[in-house]
Structure formats: structure tokens, C-alpha cells
Design a protein around this ligand. Structure first.
Ligand code: CA
Length: 733
């Protein structure tokens, strides 16, 4: 072992020397006339990088700031502070990408959504998986270095709106930092995976979850949380990376008047609310993006929806409801408020603006501008001055009906009056709550000057619950909306009404300067997927047809594709070891792609880490594992419930079950599609699961406390009804 490590160190020194040479070459090629003026495009000083032993994770401010000086390293989930998900590597390019093959892979021992971007530093590759587990590999050989399982109580799965996922680790001074689903912030020794410290960042009695990557800024670990669909009040906290001591906390929405946590900004914000909204928590959770910009010395984060979604319930007289659906800029050392920009005043469509943020230097109207950019759920692409938050431009990057444009003077959307809804009035809204773009990393290439966005087009119907009848319940959706109603059905039945639900998805190249789409590469099967752009003029992204693809960054032409045997939602990353460029991707989410059999012994959705390099030829296992082939046949019992039960069941399912099991009983995550469940054959077994918690160990906790008498059975009849409808559809095909 000792010999091996010292050999590695010698190799590492040689590799770093080679990397520095490569870096210089790449940068001189990359700087075209358009970029010559850009301070960001100037090569980082060619300061020698010290060699670190494998697993050293010796990341600090200086090394992160000089990340372009070691382009073969992927030190943070978005690679550098700018979070562009762009690699300066050029060894894999348009000419040779066809020779890309599988070098090694690692089976993952969970079968839920896998969302993390691999972090690669000092020879080791780190991923997080479903249930907040961390795995470390030798980035060259794929040898597993260690596993860490925080043993999250599966009951937390029931309050994770969007699966028990995690988006990655932050590396810092020999440690890795992880936000666990149950609200813990955990520091691990990067060499061993042993816990250095662990703190609870949330009240475990409240339905908070963490799925985002922590951000390390000047020795502080910055972390937010999710839960704005339940009963949470959003906040972002900073902990000392060395000790785990809390340094500051920034609440995103006000509490009750007089509450000591109401800062001056929140006291002002309070005036934009009405009613007793704090009883619901208020929402505004900052559940994904946290960006630090060394140039402005600001931390930026985006906040989520208000709670409830229905503004009629949340804030009956309306109002902007600050700071929901906003970008907030704060000082890193103190968490002191600097500026905010509310994208969706008085949001009631679940338009979180927690989507990835990135900084870049763009030449706009002949002037170099240091900007902050985002493609949020709403369908509008925003470019702001990173220092002041002043809006530079905002245009539609995807179809959206909720607003016609953004007023550049006020920064406010010009709303379509038809999209506001009440308990009496329904509305059809585009995009639907999953957004035109969600958490999936987009990428920006300074070579093309374009942003690569995984776009989804969708519409949904909204109607409010009756405010007088609506009661907040613990640990379930409290959105106070109905997804289906006669009025929604009527709207969709009108001539010229848009298609309901998911329409199409594609990878879009978007010019942030001209605010225009350049090309679109359509997906065969609907679904968003994270993106990587490289200086080899390539864009890498997986899909929901079970493929990993490389596109020409300039034209969108598909140049290479390989089977993943799994749906892909995560973003790839790329790195160099011993002169060879690798591309790494975590796969597995939802069920299996159409027609794909299960081939992994440890994961029903073939969750794996796949690592590629030129001229490698490993193949994934081809032998199906029995009883696990996709395209199962529906075989539900006959419907025995009454019409009233099915209608009651539909309402209860929408509120209590759809968050995890999918709208209208159609599973959209790696959670069993109830319509196919053998449990439908036996109502007693159904009740033992729904009411008695027979599958609590898998995250399906008892719903006895929240369901009214007869509701478990009503939901059962609703699912049986949906399964029979789907079976009839299957028979027609
Ligand atoms: Ca939300």
C-alpha cells in the first residue's frame, strides 16, 4: 500500500506538470478576439500546484481561485466558483469523441434518484447517492476507496417532496461536506470517510430536508434546506468548516410580527404579506443553488415558493410576499443582506427560483459585464449585474403563458391576468410546477458564449382549495391547491387549449447576450438531464431513453451515444489522470428506460457510476435479472368502490400521495407505480401499509394521523380505477 501511494505521488507530480502544460495550451487557444478583453478569460497565473496524496481533497480558496490552472481537476460540483459546469479540457473533441468507451463503472446500492455531479480531486472521485450516502473511488481504476452511509431514518423520505436525492459533496482542506436528507450537515475525512463532525441544521420535528450541495466560502460551509410544500420557513446557515459551529443564519421569509428573528429586511418584507401566513411556515426555502462570486464577494441563493401555493389561502389580500421566489445576495462572513431580486411577486404556481445560478463575463452592447445568470422554472432567462443585482435582460428561453415579458425597468413580470386562480376560478399555467428548467445543472461555454439548458415543456391546471375548509396538516403537502377539478377539465376542453401535462423536452443552446435560442436537440423520451460543456467543443448529457450523448457544441449534432441502461438526470463531470481525459456520470432515476431490463444486482433502476475514456471498451452487464423487466403488464382487480369513493380518493391522493407517487397515480420517480402494485389485490395489505406503516423501513410511513376515516380505502379505489383505465389504454395499443 505504501509503495503504491508513493508511486501514485510520483505519478501525480508528473501528471500535474503535464496538466499545467496542457492548461496553457488550452487557454491560449480558447482566447479568441471576443474574449481577449475579458478579465475572466485571462489565464490564471501558472503557479505550480503542490502534489497531494490520493484522497487529500486539499482544496482551499487559493486553489479554487486558480482552478483553471489545473483543468484536469473537478474540485466542486460546478468545477469552479462560477458554477459554469464547463471544462477547459480538449483531449476529447469532435474528431475523436466517437472512440469514447466505458473505462470502468461502479454499481450503486440504492435504487432511487441519483442526482450528484462527481467531484474529482487529488486522484479520488466522490459522489453522493440517494439516501445521502457518499462513495469514494480511485478516479483512474474505479477501485472503491470507502463508503459512508449516514443512516438517514427512512421516515424522512415521506417529507422529501421530490425523492430522497442528493446533489453532491463540497471538498475542503482534507474533508468532504455533505447535507443529509434529515437536515444534518456532516464533515467527513476525505481519505477515510470517517465523520469529523456532524450538526443538525434543522428542527428534526419539522419536515425539513436537505438535498443540495453545501458551498464552502472562506472557511464557512453554507447550507439551506427544503420543505416549502409542507410547513417550513426557509433559511440559509453558515457553519465553521473546521468546527461545525453556527456562524450566521439568514431567514428568507418573515415570522409572526414581533418575532426576534425578523431582521430589518424581514420587517419590511412583512408589509408585503397578509393574514396569518406564518402558521403555515411561509416557505421560501433555498433548496438548491448557493453560489459564491469572489469578484463581488457575495453569496447568492434562490428561494422557493410561498406556503401554501394558493395565495388566496396564504396571503388573502395578495402582495409580493417577500422574499419568496427571489434571488438574495448576502455577505459571506456575516450573512448580511446586500440586495434581492424577486422574480415572481406573489407566486402561486410553485415557481421556485432555486435553479442553478452561474457567473460569467459577457460582452453586452460592446461592454464587458460581470453577470449572474439563471434559467428558472418560469421560462424566462435572466442576466443581472452580479454586483448590484440590476437586471440587464430577461427573455423567454421556453414557452410560458403566465407572463408576456419582464419589465426591464421594474424587473417585474407582466402577468397574464388569466393565470391567477381562486377556489372558484381555475387556470391553465405553463410551465407546470416542475418548470421549464429545474435543478438539473446547465452549462456555459466561454468558447461558444452559449448556455446549454435542459428544457422541459409542460402545462398544468390550478385551482385553490376553499380557504375556509383548508387545514394545515403535519408532514404532508399543504399547497392548498387541487390538481384536478371540473373547472380545470373544462378549461382544457376548450378549443385551442394547450396540451395537458408533459409535452416535450430538449437540450437547448441559448445565447445569453442576444437572449435567443441557437439550437435545440430533442429528446426521444421526455425528461430533463444535467449538462457538461467542454473546450473540446462538446456538450455531454444523458437522457431518459437510457443513453449518454455527446453533441457538437456549435450545431447540436449528436456525435456519440452510449447505453446507460438507466434514466439519467445528473450532470457529468470530466477530469484528467496520467494524461488521459475521463468523463464521469451518475445514472439511475425513476424506473427503467422503455424496454430496458434490470441488469444490476444491487439496484432495481440500474443505478451506477459510469466512467468513460477514449478507446476503452468495457460493456455493461447484458444479463437481465429475473422479474425486473420494464414494460410490466397491468393486472389490477376490478373496481369495487363507488363513484364517490373514487372522487374522494382522487382528492386525498392529490394531497397526501402525489408528491412521492406521482400525479394521477403515474409514478414519475423511483417509487413503485401503485397501479402495477400486487398490493391492489388485497385491501387489508393496502391498509397495513398505508395506515399501519408496514413498509416504514422503505420510507412509506403510516398516514393514519393525517387521513380521515375511509380515506385510505378511497385512495385504494381511486388507484384501482386509474389502473383499470391504464389497462384499457394498454389494450387499445
Ligand atoms: Ca417548490
Amino acid at each position: 500500500m505504501k509503495n503504491r501511494e508513493s508511486t501514485f505521488q510520483a505519478d501525480a507530480v508528473r501528471a500535474i506538470a503535464r496538466r499545467l502544460v496542457t492548461a496553457g495550451a488550452v487557454l491560449s487557444l480558447a482566447i479568441g478576439p471576443a474574449f481577449a478583453q475579458s478579465p475572466a478569460a485571462r489565464p490564471a497565473p501558472a503557479k505550480p500546484v503542490a502534489a497531494h496524496p490520493m484522497g487529500g481533497a486539499a482544496v482551499d480558496d487559493a486553489r479554487l481561485l486558480a482552478a483553471d490552472g489545473e483543468p484536469g481537476t473537478w474540485m466542486a460540483t460546478g468545477r469552479t466558483y462560477s458554477e459554469q459546469h464547463f471544462s477547459p479540457l480538449t483531449k476529447i473533441d469532435k474528431a475523436n469523441v466517437g472512440q469514447l468507451g466505458l473505462a470502468w463503472y461502479g454499481d450503486i446500492d440504492t435504487e432511487r434518484g441519483q442526482e450528484s455531479t462527481p467531484v474529482v480531486v487529488d486522484g479520488a472521485l466522490y459522489i453522493t447517492t440517494a439516501w445521502s450516502k457518499v462513495k469514494a473511488y480511485d478516479a483512474k481504476t474505479g477501485r472503491k476507496l470507502w463508503d459512508y452511509d449516514p443512516k438517514v431514518d427512512p421516515a424522512n423520505g415521506a417529507v422529501a417532496c421530490c425523492d430522497v436525492v442528493n446533489r453532491g459533496v463540497a471538498a475542503w482542506k482534507g474533508r468532504l461536506y455533505l447535507g443529509a436528507l434529515d437536515g444534518r450537515l456532516i464533515a467527513l475525512d476525505a481519505k477515510t470517510g470517517k465523520v469529523a463532525w456532524s450538526v443538525q441544521t434543522t428542527d428534526p420535528a419539522q419536515p425539513y430536508t436537505i438535498t443540495q450541495t453545501p458551498r464552502i466560502v472562506k472557511g464557512l460551509v453554507i447550507i439551506g434546506n427544503g420543505g416549502a410544500e409542507y410547513t417550513c420557513r426557509g433559511y440559509v446557515s453558515a457553519y465553521d468548516a473546521a468546527t461545525g459551529k453556527l456562524k450566521w443564519r439568514f431567514y428568507t421569509v418573515p415570522a409572526q410580527p414581533g418575532d426576534p428573528t425578523n431582521t430589518p429586511q424581514l420587517k419590511t418584507a412583512l408589509k408585503t404579506w397578509d393574514g396569518d401566513f406564518w402558521k403555515y411556515g411561509g416557505g421560501g426555502t433555498a433548496w438548491d443553488t448557493i453560489l459564491y462570486d469572489p469578484k463581488t464577494d457575495l453569496i447568492y441563493f434562490g428561494t422557493g415558493n410561498g406556503l401554501s401555493w394558493s395565495q388566496e389561502v396564504r396571503s388573502p389580500k395578495g402582495g409580493d410576499n417577500l422574499f419568496v421566489s427571489s434571488i438574495i445576495a448576502v455577505k459571506p462572513q456575516t450573512g448580511k443582506y446586500v440586495w434581492h431580486f424577486q422574480e415572481v411577486p406573489g407566486d402561486e404556481w410553485d415557481y421556485d427560483v432555486t435553479n442553478p445560478l452561474m457567473t460569467a463575463d459577457l460582452k453586452i452592447k460592446g461592454v464587458m459585464r460581470h453577470v449572474l445568470m439563471q434559467a428558472p422554472k418560469t421560462g424566462f432567462f435572466y442576466v443581472w449585474d452580479a454586483k448590484t443585482g440590476k437586471l440587464i435582460s430577461a427573455e423567454k428561453y421556453a414557452p410560458a403563458n403566465w407572463a408576456s415579458k419582464i419589465d426591464l425597468k421594474t424587473g417585474r413580470p407582466v402577468e397574464n391576468p388569466d393565470v391567477r386562480y381562486t377556489d372558484e376560478k381555475a387556470a391553465i399555467v405553463q410551465p407546470a410546477p416542475l418548470g421549464a428548467h429545474n435543478w438539473h445543472p446547465m452549462a456555459y461555454s466561454p468558447k461558444t458564449g452559449w448556455v446549454y439548458i435542459p428544457v422541459t415543456e409542460s402545462t398544468t391546471g390550478f385551482q385553490s382549495a376553499k380557504p375556509a375548509d383548508f387545514k394545515v396538516k403535519e408532514r404532508v403537502y399543504n399547497t392548498a391547491t387541487v390538481a384536478t377539478s371540473d373547472k380545470i377539465t373544462e378549461l382544457y376542453g376548450k378549443p385551442g387549449a394547450p396540451q395537458r401535462g408533459n409535452i416535450r423536452s430538449y437540450l437547448e443552446a441559448y445565447d445569453p447576450v442576444t437572449q435567443k435560442a441557437v439550437w435545440k436537440a430533442p429528446d426521444k423520451d421526455y425528461g430533463p438531464h444535467g449538462v457538461l460543456a467542454t473546450a473540446g467543443n462538446l456538450v455531454f448529457s444523458g437522457d431518459w431513453s437510457g443513453r449518454f450523448n455527446a453533441f457538437d457544441a456549435k450545431t447540436g449534432e449528436k456525435l456519440w451515444s452510449a447505453p446507460t441502461q438507466a434514466d439519467v438526470v445528473a450532470a457529468p463531470s470530466t477530469y484528467v489522470i496520467d494524461g488521459e481525459q475521463y468523463v464521469a456520470l451518475l445514472v439511475g432515476a425513476r424506473g427503467l428506460p422503455p424496454g430496458q431490463a434490470r441488469t444490476s444486482a444491487s439496484s432495481a433502476n440500474n443505478s451506477r457510476l459510469l466512467v468513460y475514456k477514449l478507446n476503452a471498451s468495457l460493456t455493461l452487464p447484458s444479463t437481465p435479472i429475473a422479474g425486473s423487466v420494464a414494460g410490466k403488464v397491468l393486472d389490477p382487480p376490478l373496481l369495487t368502490g363507488t363513484n364517490e369513493q373514487v372522487i374522494d380518493g382522487e382528492g386525498a391522493y392529490g394531497r397526501f400521495c402525489a408528491g412521492c407517487h406521482g400525479a394521477a397515480g403515474v409514478a414519475d420517480k423511483s417509487i413503485p407505480d401503485l397501479r402495477y402494485s400486487p398490493v391492489l389485490r388485497n385491501l387489508a395489505t393496502w391498509n397495513s401499509i398505508v395506515l399501519d406503516g408496514a413498509r416504514a423501513d422503505k420510507g412509506m410511513v403510516s398516514f393514519k394521523k393525517v387521513l380521515a376515516d375511509g380515506q385510505a380505502e378511497a385512495i385504494y379505489h381511486y388507484i384501482v380505477s386509474q389502473a383499470n383505465k391504464a389497462k384499457a389504454e394498454q389494450a387499445k395499443r
